[in-house]
Design a protein around this ligand. Structure first.
Ligand SMILES: Cc1cc2nc3c(=O)[nH]c(=O)nc-3n(C[C@H](O)[C@H](O)[C@H](O)COP(=O)(O)OP(=O)(O)OC[C@H]3O[C@@H](n4cnc5c(N)ncnc54)[C@H](O)[C@@H]3O)c2cc1C
Length: 462
């Protein structure tokens, strides 16, 4: 979000560009003494999904007010950078990373919701150099959460917080979406990390736990269950990493890939961005929900031991904690229904082209399938994926927006099933790996065949 404004002029906020340039350097730094972390405070009492009801207000300080702060030496932040010319008052109901150095947020101005940045701390005054206070932020109370205990989440009262406006006044939702798309990819990968850890723990457990006829790892029923879990995990892993690769390619260009890798990406930059835009809410929703289910299954794999708080060895075997931490991932950064709604928004947005589902998603799918068939693999599987794609294209074309929203979760499943099939088969073609090939086949045969859509359609009343 900040990167997009580095080259823009200060306009009516003198000093903004220099501040943003420093903030950007700190946010991407890996030097712990210099790097900053950031919170993003959107949610208010009236709701997190619907930020349009934001009650926090921002007003431009008068020149007398800025001069007064300047005289008192209260116009600098804790890193001696100038403070912005806006003041914010309001209440943020559920704000994480309250121990960070800065925060991005939304607040109402006369022209509507706008985006702002502020450092967390400011100088108390020129008479007290080196003394700092919170920048108009009062922590009302910490949330008592089910998990993610290492991350402080709080109710914050904002009074006189000095801020810089980012982007155009009234353009806050568009501005903040740059952050949301990133945090959704991070959430996806965080959820996946929890799931991967839980799977490793349960695999290790099967090597030592004795059941009736021997070790748990040799029990066919248990093995089959775990194998199916692993197929789901691999599919999620490929989808999430493809999201990261798409993001990296949009930021750094396709020259970072070799010729073979480039075949996995849409050939033009516009399609690349739209595919990323489409897959981001899908992976956020599907991977986070499946991670919760997956970690729960791993907990069950460990029997009663899995349900206990195993904090010996620093808690690395504590699947119960992993479960609590994973459980938030389908909620924060947008719930599953909000992700489904967003996916429908992309699929039906005429500004992105005549038919995103055909011209971007369909074209990408067909290109990857062709690549697999050129390798002489997965002939039957490719035709199954093609037929699921045709079904999906038909649905998107036939239904109007309210009906597609009503089908939101089915839409997510269609995109996930098709995209993961392509990625798993492509991966198996790269080196003919036996396990990758088997996993790709199992995914296609278990997930790509269309489900009970016809029955659901008959229930729709507009
Ligand atoms: C641990 C934790 C940390 C958080 N940290 C932050 C933070 O740092 N910054 C921040 O801004 N927020 C934060 N949040 C808030 C989080 O982003 C919201 O909880 C989330 O976006 C959901 O909003 P809500 O809680 O208001 O639920 P609601 O929006 O009220 O949702 C309730 C239900 O209604 C459904 N729903 C809502 N709208 C629609 C719709 N249009 N169509 C269909 N169904 C709908 C939802 O899917 C959900 O099932 C945090 C939340 C948690 C739990």
């Amino acid at each position: 979000m900040i990167f997009q404004h580095l080259d823009k002029p200060d306009d009516d906020q003198p000093g903004l560009r220099a501040v943003l340039s420093e903030v950007y350097k700190r946010l991407i730094s890996i030097d712990p003494d210099y790097a900053w972390t950031s919170g993003q405070w959107m949610m208010e009492r009236k709701g997190g999904s619907n930020v349009r009801d934001t009650e926090t207000v921002a007003r431009r300080l008068t020149s007398e007010e800025t001069q007064r702060d300047q005289k008192l030496g209260r116009d600098l932040d804790a890193d001696e950078m100038p403070m912005g010319p806006w003041q914010i008052d309001g209440f943020k109901w559920c704000s994480s990373a309250t121990d960070s150095n800065m925060a991005m947020m939304l607040a109402q101005t006369d022209k509507g919701l706008s985006a702002f940045f502020a450092p967390m701390r400011r100088r108390t005054g020129s008479h007290a150099v080196g003394k700092y206070e919170l920048n108009g932020v009062r922590i009302q109370r910490l949330k008592n959460k089910m998990g993610t205990k290492g991350l402080p989440t709080a109710e914050l009262e904002l009074k006189g917080t000095r801020r810089w406006m980012i982007g155009k006044e009234g353009n806050g939702i568009k501005e903040i979406s740059a952050i949301l798309n990133l945090t959704r990819i991070y959430t996806t990968n965080g959820a996946l990390g929890f799931w991967g850890r839980a799977l490793s723990i349960s695999r290790a457990y099967t090597k030592t736990r004795n059941v009736r006829d021997g070790l748990l790892q040799d029990n066919p029923q248990h093995l089959r269950w775990m194998a199916n879990q692993t197929v789901d995990y691999w599919a999620a892993l490929h989808l999430a990493f493809f999201g990261v690769a798409l993001l990296g390619t949009t930021e750094q260009g396709r020259h970072v890939h070799d010729a073979r890798e480039q075949m996995l990406f849409p050939p033009d930059d516009a399609s690349l961005k739209i595919l990323l835009r489409l897959l981001t809410p899908v992976m956020k929703a599907q991977v986070s929900v499946k991670s919760v289910e997956g970690v729960r299954a791993c907990m069950e794999c460990l029997g009663g031991f899995g349900y206990c708080e195993n904090n010996e060895d620093g808690g690395i075997m504590n699947v119960a904690r992993l479960f609590r931490d994973t459980a938030v991932t389908p909620i924060w950064e947008g719930t599953v229904s909000i992700m489904a709604e967003d996916t429908v928004r992309v699929l039906t947005d005429k500004r992105l082209g005549h038919s995103v589902v055909e011209s971007v998603f369909g074209t990408w799918v067909k290109a990857v399938l062709k690549n697999c068939q050129d390798e002489g693999k997965f002939e039957k599987e490719c035709s199954l994926v093609r037929s699921r794609l045709e079904t999906f294209i038909g649905i998107v074309k036939q239904m109007d927006v309210p009906q597609l929203r009503w089908q939101g979760r089915a839409v997510l499943e269609h995109v996930e099933a098709i995209a993961c099939a392509c990625l798993l088969m492509y991966d198996a073609c790269v080196d003919d790996d036996e396990v990758a090939t088997e996993i790709a086949r199992r995914w296609v045969w278990s997930k790509v065949l269309p489900g009970s859509l016809r029955q659901e359609q008959s229930e729709w009343r507009s």
